[in-house]
Design a protein around this ligand. Structure first.
Ligand SMILES: [Zn+2]
Length: 164
């Protein structure tokens, strides 16, 4: 179900879709069966700009409330948080990664209705993780950059740093 690092599909750029229901069904199954707090279409080998957040995931695979984000774009961001982060596509040990702590995102929901919301902490991180996947960028690409203490690269989404 999950594409593992080395699979060429993980390097494809994802496209915007006009309908998400089929992919959302697959994301929902992946989230609940594998116990993933967040999962995006590229992690399943599907090159579409869709991710799913499982808000009530408590580590027991119980059904939770989900949030679907189609074609999310970061409008603004503030703060920075460095935490351990993992990806189901990468089996190596996880390493710390820096991400914006809070982001404001415009996206389409499961019914393709335009939304604007702020996300903090892990949800903010999960969305930024998915945006990397949409550009064919893996977490492991970021690790070396973070180690060099460089500012994380901005993979094609709009970015404003309000923290300074
Ligand atoms: Zn991932």
């Amino acid at each position: 179900m999950i594409c593992l690092r080395g699979d060429k599909r993980l390097r494809l750029k994802s496209s915007v879709v006009s309908s998400c229901s089929e992919t959302v069904d697959k994301l929902r199954v992946a989230s609940f069966t594998l116990g993933l707090r967040a999962v995006c279409a590229p992690e399943l080998g599907i090159s579409e700009r869709i991710l799913l957040l499982n808000s009530w995931y408590d580590g027991t695979n119980s059904a939770g409330k989900i949030t679907v984000l189609c074609d999310p774009i970061i409008e603004s961001s503030c703060g920075e948080e460095t935490l351990q982060e993992s990806c189901p596509c990468i089996t190596e040990n996880r390493t710390v990664t820096s991400r914006s702590y809070e982001i404001e995102v415009v996206f389409y929901d499961e019914n393709m209705i335009a939304r604007r919301r702020r996300f903090r902490g892990l949800k903010s991180r999960d969305i930024q993780h998915a945006l990397d996947h949409f550009m064919g960028v893996l977490l492991s690409d970021r690790w070396s950059r973070t180690d060099q203490r460089a500012k994380p690269p901005l993979y094609g989404y709009r970015y404003e740093d309000n923290s300074r």
